[in-house]
Structure formats: structure tokens, C-alpha cells
Ligand binder design. Sequence first.
Ligand code: SF4
Length: 383
Amino acid sequence: MTSLIEFLQAGSAPDFESERGVSCTGELPSPSDPDLVERARAAKEALGKKVMILGHHYQRDEVIQFADITGDSFKLAQAAAQNRDAELIVFCGVHFMAESADILTSNDQRVILPDLAAGCSMADMASLNQVREAWKVFEELDIASTTIPVTYMNSSAAIKSFTGENGGTVCTSSNAERAMRWAFEQGERVFFLPDQHLGRNTAVRLLGLSLDDCVLYNPWKPRGGLTDDQLRDAKVILWRGHCSVHGRFSMQNVLERRNEIPGVSILVHPECPHDVVMAADFVGSTETIISTVRNAPAGSKWAVGTELNLVKRLATENPDKEIHFLDKTICYCSTMNRIDLPHLVWALEALVSGDIVNVISVDEKTSRFSKLALERMLALPAQ
Ligand code: SF4
């Protein structure tokens, strides 16, 4: 497996020319076209090894069936970087994931997002201007030099770049604890972006800090809505962002499921609110959720707090277990779901005809500092 560091040492720096493709609006095949599956299969076959299709775990089944590799955002970005045969990476995920893949792939590979509107509401909650404004406040208070930014993988390339430029690291939901411990070795406080829940859950549940050690920086209020003393005294400054899917789960969901299903185990993602995470039996990243259910004994009962496409797939793949969705209402990632079979067919058929559409590219400077932050993550000591 080629690490990012090995990849960088190989000297294959991408050139990241700007090459945004045309919108697919108005050109999509009809969703009712009975030949969509066959069209996707034929286009993929025609492209052969030139194309690699990556499918995030939260994607629809109709798209996942064509994925060469499925995984979470970091696993998919690594997969893109390790495959040098595929000139075209069709990323069935959201915008920040395609950016990460572009940062990690070589200059003769193109990353394609079948629908350019497939963004991430959490990543969009931290704009570069807002984060720079916050940093200026830290500089005024003379705490910037002792504050280490840590950004979740689920952030824009601009925020990853800011983090790299200011001595910080990227983290995933699997290594957030290691990232935060590392950050405390470099400075006195952590500036955690953009998911307040992952930051709070990591600080309190895994590092043993108190809720009072954490403050919430609201970018829509002057100076984050915090006093100078609150900022100076904080151990963790949490950005006021959240995932619109995982942020919906509540204690009421937990209590109802425990009441309705005797013997149920509650399994949730650390992007869920703090009270839900603390009340759960198991907490883990998307990959951990999948392996926990797969390895569970037959007959065990689970209420799972993560994206609904994945929970439904877990139920289908584990018929010997009882798998429930933690919430009672539908809870898909609406932006991820924008990539459906018509968009995939549209993108693949355009590629077959030589039209490289919807390319996601990251500029050279942003890419350089993002890589620095990603390198720091890969170099985090093992726990
Ligand atoms: S599930 Fe949440 S964090 Fe993941 S892409 Fe959707 S909105 Fe973003």
C-alpha cells in the first residue's frame, strides 16, 4: 500500500489545472428509462481499466452496484491514489471527498463528481473566510500560536489547507482521539473544525476532558459569541458545525428503541450529539459500524444511528441479525443521494464519448497545504 508520504516522495506532484466540467442539467437520462442499468454496465465496460468507480457507504444501492470499491471518504481517496491505471476516477460521494481524491491522485488522473451539486452540509458550515476571521480573533488574544487546528476529513480542501498552513492536522472519525492527543502535545488548546459533535465526543469521551473545557465558536456571532476569557481558558474550541444526518439522532430515539426492543444494542457514529453517544452501547466510524454488525453473533439486535442507505444495506447483508434504524423517520444524506443512476449513466456515457465532464480540481497552493495536513495525519503515532 502506498502511503501519502511515499506518494509525495515519489515526486509526482499534480498540476491541478482548473477544469470544471459542464453541468448535467437538462441532459440526464430519464429515471424511468428501463435500460439504465444496462447503459451503465455497457459504458463502464467500454471504458475498461481507464475508469474506476468509487462508492461511498451512504450511496444508493442502484449506484453502489457499479462501484469498484466501496468505503468511507478516506479509504476511497486512498484507493484513488493507489490506482495508477485509472485515468478517470468517478467519485460517487460528495464534493469534499472528490477534492481529497484529487489532492491525492496524480496529474494524469481526473476526478469526476457525477453531480456537482452533491455537497456536504457539514463541510459547508465552515467557510475559509469565517475560519480566518476566527483565527484573527485568536491572534488578537495572543492565543493563535498555542492553538492547534484539527479538521475533520469532512471539510473543504480550503479548510484542510488552512489547517496545514497553521500547524494542524486532518483527522477521521477513526483517529480523532490520536489527532487530538497529538495536537495537545503541540500546543495548549485545540481548534476543532467543522463538526462540534465529533470534537466534543472525542474530547470528553475519549480524552477525559470536561464539557466545561470545551467552548462553541459560533461564526455568525461577533468573536464567536464568546468572551475573551472563555476563549483563553478553553482547552477545545469547537466550530459550530454538525452533520445534518447524524445530528438528528436524539435521546428520545435511544430511549424508545431500548423500550421497544428488549436486548437491543445501540450502535452510533461519533458525529451524533453528545448525549446520544454517551448513552449508546457502541460508538464507531462507518467502517467500525459495518464490522461490528458483521462480527456480531446471530440473533443479536441492533439499533444503528447512521445514514439510512447503509443501515438498510446492513440489514440485507446480515439476515441472521435484527437490524433497526435508530430513528423512526427517514434520514438519508440528501446531498449524497443527488448522485443517482441517471447521473452516473450521464457521466459514464459522456466519458465514453470523450467528454470529460464535472472534473473536480484543487489549486496548487490549496493542495500543497492540504497535503501537509494529511501527511501529519498519516504520521500520527499508533494508539
Ligand atoms: S452524512 Fe453528513 S457529513 Fe456525511 S456527507 Fe452527508 S451531510 Fe456530510
